[in-house]
Design a protein around this ligand. Structure first.
Ligand SMILES: NC(=O)c1ccc[n+]([C@@H]2O[C@H](COP(=O)([O-])OP(=O)(O)OC[C@H]3O[C@@H](n4cnc5c(N)ncnc54)[C@H](OP(=O)(O)O)[C@@H]3O)[C@@H](O)[C@H]2O)c1
Length: 398
């Protein structure tokens, strides 16, 4: 039996919690050997005391004493950003699950690839910023990049027959078989809210997602549709498909997690209830499927599955992301960084909800993209965009 040894980066977050549930559900298939978080020492210790990984890492060194005191056994303890890189390369680990919110997962993801670990990627931001580099490094190091985002995991499952065929014929799965990738979007809490009401949206309202229970940043991204915009670029890199073949459809029930339309006109879709344990398990056990305790769909209780076109003019994130993805180079990293700053400012009640789109657009308009950037150029663009966005936040506050 193939038991995978897994390191979880972002163990105290929403994806981290779901990954721990999967490990409890299929212990004969998933062993946790490392857990890492940023600063939540007590939650990290509680998880470690339960699953007893050989190593833990806390980035915030000021909280290390709390971590030590809260542990009831003696794992190896790493700390700081250097420690995060070390735990990402743990000897004996097979897969590193990158579930760090924002851009903090990029360097550990690249370190894990270089160390020959397969990557299970929840942190879409790292593929948006540096998809070209991550996918190239993965190819050169012979490691798999397994998508955990539910939409990309769905597409990955729909492409399984093409991968099997390609492996049999000694080639690679060909994106020319794919006519369109169709990402489904719940539409978020403001799917039907009139544009005139956007100015008065509060963080509390935006944090109430209708179908998914997630961390705050991705929940706001789902409300603005930047989450789907980031996912368009993520799909482009993960599956080697041009941006023009990546589309979005609104599907409020979040049951169909995404679809692939092939050149012969057939469409494959993946369906399940909206629970991140499904994609996490598939990424860990791939290429095998194993039984679990998750509830399968009860079609007699699914009254309807609806699909509609997004309100592109009212939610500009999709067009901004298409522009960033089509332009490429450093522009996606700039969009991503400006969005992170704008979301933080909205959550701090410094700017109103529609300012998130305006700030991102302003920063993108000011940027001169660098084509095929190396990691340093990407990180410089990221820092530049953060400073620019900060300026926009200050102007919007006045
Ligand atoms: N939640 C979902 O259902 C979902 C679905 C698809 C994709 N994703 C993606 O998965 C990622 C994680 O989302 P989430 O909802 O789980 O976020 P979350 O609940 O906010 O958790 C974030 C995790 O990252 C850790 N972290 C933050 N900054 C870090 C840093 N610089 N170094 C190390 N660890 C750091 C946090 O540690 P502390 O707790 O110590 O701060 C926490 O464990 C995001 O990229 C998101 O887009 C999430």
């Amino acid at each position: 039996m193939n038991r995978k040894r897994v390191v979880i980066l972002g163990a105290t977050g929403s994806i981290g919690e779901s990954a721990l549930k999967v490990a409890r559900d299929i212990p004969e298939r998933m062993e946790i050997v490392g857990l890492a978080a940023k600063s939540n020492a007590q939650k990290l210790a509680a998880a470690a005391n339960e699953v007893r990984p050989e190593s833990v890492c806390l980035v915030d060194e000021t909280q290390i004493d709390i971590l030590r005191k809260s542990l009831d056994y003696q794992p190896r303890i790493f700390s700081g950003t250097a420690g995060l890189l070390q735990i990402a390369c743990l000897t004996g680990a097979d897969i590193v699950l990158v579930a760090i919110v924002g851009t903090g997962g990029l360097r550990p993801a690249l370190a894990a690839i270089e160390a020959g670990k397969d990557l299970a990627v929840a942190s879409k931001e790292i593929l948006v910023m540096a998809g070209e580099i991550v996918m190239r490094e993965a190819r050169e190091n012979g490691v798999h990049v397994l998508p955990v985002d539910s939409e990309h995991n769905a597409i990955f499952q729909c492409l399984e027959p093409a991968r099997v065929r390609a492996a049999r014929d000694g080639g690679v799965a060909s994106p020319t078989d794919i006519r369109r990738i169709i990402l489904t979007a719940s539409g978020g809490p403001f799917r039907e809210t009139p544009r005139a009401a956007f100015d008065s949206i509060t963080p509390e309202q935006a944090l109430k997602h209708p179908t998914w229970n997630m961390g705050p940043k991705i929940t706001i991204d789902s409300a603005t549709l930047f989450n789907k915009g980031l996912e368009m670029i993520e799909a482009h890199w993960l599956f080697g498909v041009e941006m023009k073949r990546v589309e979005v459809v609104i599907h409020p029930q979040s049951i169909v997690h995404s679809m692939v339309e092939f050149t012969d006109g057939s469409t494959l879709a993946q369906l399940s209830y909206s629970n991140m344990c499904f994609p996490i398990q598939y990424a860990v056990t791939w290429p095998e499927r194993v039984p679990n305790t998750l509830p399968p769909l009860d079609f007699s209780k699914l009254s309807k599955l609806e699909f509609s076109t997004p309100r592109y003019d009212d939610f500009p994130a999709l067009n901004l992301a298409r522009r960033a993805g089509e332009t490429g180079g450093t522009l996606p990293a700039v969009m991503n960084a400006a969005n992170e700053m704008a979301v933080a400012a909205f959550l701090d009640q410094k700017v109103r909800f529609p300012e998130i789109w305006r700030i991102v657009e302003q920063v993108m308009n000011r940027h001169t993209p660098v084509a095929h950037p190396n990691l340093d150029a990407i990180l410089r663009a990221d820092q530049w965009a953060r400073a620019q966005a900060q300026g926009c936040v200050q102007s919007a506050e006045r």
